[in-house]
Design a binder for this molecule. Structure first.
Ligand SMILES: Nc1ncnc2c1ncn2[C@@H]1O[C@H](COP(=O)(O)OP(=O)(O)O)[C@@H](O)[C@H]1O
Ligand SMILES: [Mg+2]
Length: 256
């Protein structure tokens, strides 16, 4: 990719007008995600997490401040395929099979699908959907659709991965499985990852650090480092040290 894989938010503010009144959704948010790092963003509903991702994707503009994806402005990074994104709703096109859905970002940035045949096969393998290449989204479980959408986010080999509550709709068991898979996918792709989540345990399991936001106005309340060695085994979920750190995040969140 062009430039490095860092993400930088510098004094970012954003306001919206709702019912005739202007309110501050994000107030002076600064944060740096080093290349290859995994950052989890957690905070009360409405504190501006999705807005921050939308700004980082260049889908909207901040009122003040600057966002850089490596050396690029968000819109340039998105247009070049340097950023991959997956949302809570996998939003697969129902008439396209798994393979064709994963290829979608290639169409968007104008790359021929034929040149990525090996890449698509590799991703299908990586997310455990081998044998389902020709299946339509309607024939898949929720977890499989979510895995297809993560494969789609990775197809351009983005240096940056934005995930907005990607497992929010899944049950707890499936969610844990997806957390373990996501750790593997992230380690393999080396993408700098910013994950928005409501799950404290998910944040602590996956991230190098948890950024806790507060609302009205949306600000960073505190940043908590997660020291556990990688790769993190699933037994971590039940360890005392893990629970202790979950408690720290919970306290920060409720104090926020
Ligand atoms: N395009 C928009 N127009 C008006 N208000 C918006 C818009 N986008 C987001 N908001 C408001 O900004 C606040 C932050 O929203 P959002 O970033 O979606 O929060 P979160 O993802 O943390 O739940 C909310 O109050 C939301 O209603
Ligand atoms: Mg949101």
């Amino acid at each position: 990719m062009a430039g490095d894989r860092s993400i930088s938010f510098r004094n970012v503010s954003k306001s919206f007008v709702a019912r005739g009144e202007r309110f501050t959704a994000l107030d002076d948010v600064s944060m740096d995600c080093p290349p290859g790092s995994f950052t989890a963003l957690i905070g009360p509903s409405g504190c501006g997490k999705s807005t921050l991702l939308r700004l980082a994707l260049g889908l909207d503009q901040p009122d003040r401040g600057d966002i850089r994806i490596g050396r690029l402005a968000p819109r340039e990074a998105t247009a070049s395929g340097d950023t991959g994104v997956a949302f809570q709703d996998p939003a697969l096109l129902p008439w396209r099979n798994v393979e064709a859905n994963i290829a979608l970002p290639l169409d968007v940035i104008g790359k021929p699908r034929s040149a990525f045949r090996d890449r698509i096969a590799e991703l299908i393998d990586l997310v455990g959907l081998k044998g389902f290449e020709k299946s339509l989204p309607g024939e898949l479980s929720g977890g499989m659709r979510q895995r297809a959408s993560i494969a789609r986010a990775l197809v351009t080999r983005p240096g940056i991965l934005f995930l907005d509550e990607p497992f929010g709709a899944l049950d707890q068991i499936l969610r844990r499985q997806m957390n373990i898979e996501l750790q593997r996918i992230w380690a393999d792709s080396k993408a700098t990852t910013l994950l928005v989540t409501h799950g404290i345990d998910e944040a602590v399991f996956l991230a190098d650090r948890v950024v806790v936001m507060q609302s009205r106005p949306g600000r960073i309340a505190t940043v908590i480092d997660v020291p556990f060695a990688r790769p993190r085994p699933k037994e971590l979920f039940t360890s005392p040290a893990f629970h202790a750190l979950n408690d720290v995040v919970t306290t920060a969140l409720h104090g926020a």
